[in-house]
Ligand binder design. Sequence first.
Ligand code: APR
Length: 228
Amino acid sequence: MADIVILTGAGISAESGLGTFRDKDGLWTRFDLSKVATPEGFIENPALVHEFYNARRANAQESSPNAAHFALAEFEKRKSGDVLIVTQNVDDLHERAGSRNVLHMHGQLSQALCAACRATWTAPLVMTPEDRCPDCDAPSTRPDIVWFGEIPYHMEKIEDALSDCRLFAAIGTSGQVWPAAGFVEAARMVGAHCVELNLERSDVSDRFDEVRLGRATDIVPSWISGLV
Ligand code: APR
């Protein structure tokens, strides 16, 4: 359980050089998400999908956590056991900043998945459609990413944590993708104080008690310092 649930999105990693999705030059303005982030797209052209995630994996590897990631890791250390980060991000910047209690509801670039036997393992930097599963040897490896139309990971743990949290924060997310966009409703239901920290108002800003606008590297450390 965690008293404090913090949902993060692509905006927290933007200042680390990782693209967001729906900003003016976001990933979905440059790539057709139906071709690179759906099971149907993967069946149609697995090489294109691997190419897309190989580029994102390399980008993530070359990037570093920023002040917002470090502030959250510091907060978790001070509030030992009471902070859960639920991230929509597939990079590992929270972990590299020192956060331990992190759930990746949309999967991770650092992991590979076998579509046949569901085995997972550490993904090589470059994946190809010819790779074979280390467990069942089927040529059916894919990035361990939750694509549109698939069920996000860890939903039971997330719903449990939301059901008794007293503070819920959403950082760097546009509130356009469900179920993450609905987490604030679950937190409000149990009377949690809800804070949104984002560069601009999101689709769900009016559901929050508090909205703090600005760049994550500015507003997250100052928000955290006001809590500890
Ligand atoms: N600091 C704070 N917020 C920022 C910054 C920044 N430096 N830069 C951008 N943002 C905000 C934008 O204003 C936007 O509201 O981050 C948000 C990013 O929104 P999206 O690009 O929609 O990313 P996200 O909300 O994480 O998308 C959710 O959609 O495509 C799927 O699986 C993908 O996990 C992703 C999910």
